[in-house]
Design a protein around this ligand. Structure first.
Ligand SMILES: [Zn+2]
Length: 128
């Protein structure tokens, strides 16, 4: 896995974030087990239907037939990058497609990075 490629992909995606309300721009890069990368950015709406970068990347990948995921890298902030981790809704969404070992990288503040597993971020997901 080329972590630098994921960082650059997420940064480029972040440039496309549509955030007229919060100005909090997020980009991400989702790596599949088949080694494809799907990017995502957050897209706000003045109603309640904003969508996070992570779910954009997942829905792009799934709509292209991908269902097996290796890891995701997330970065975001208003101006400078600040620590940004997936929201609860995205964590639950990921748990539909990823096991507890799925790795989530959070890149921030000029080359700082944190890595957590989905199991750490969502130890007890909702299941029917
Ligand atoms: Zn989210």
């Amino acid at each position: 896995m080329d972590i630098n490629l994921l960082i650059e992909t997420a940064k480029k995606a972040r440039e496309n974030a549509y955030t007229p309300y919060s100005n909090y721009k997020v980009g991400c890069a989702l790596l599949t087990k088949s080694e494809k990368i799907f990017s995502g950015c957050n897209i706000e709406n003045d109603e309640i239907m904003s969508i996070c970068a992570e779910r954009v990347a997942f829905t792009k990948a799934i709509s292209e037939g991908e269902k097996d995921f290796e890891c995701i890298l997330v970065l975001g902030g208003k101006e400078e990058l600040q620590y940004t981790s997936p929201c609860g809704y995205c964590r639950q969404f990921m748990s539909e497609f990823c096991n507890k070992d799925f790795e989530i990288y959070m890149y921030y503040d000029n080359d700082k990075m944190d890595k957590k597993t989905l199991g750490e971020l969502l130890p007890d997901s909702f299941r029917l």
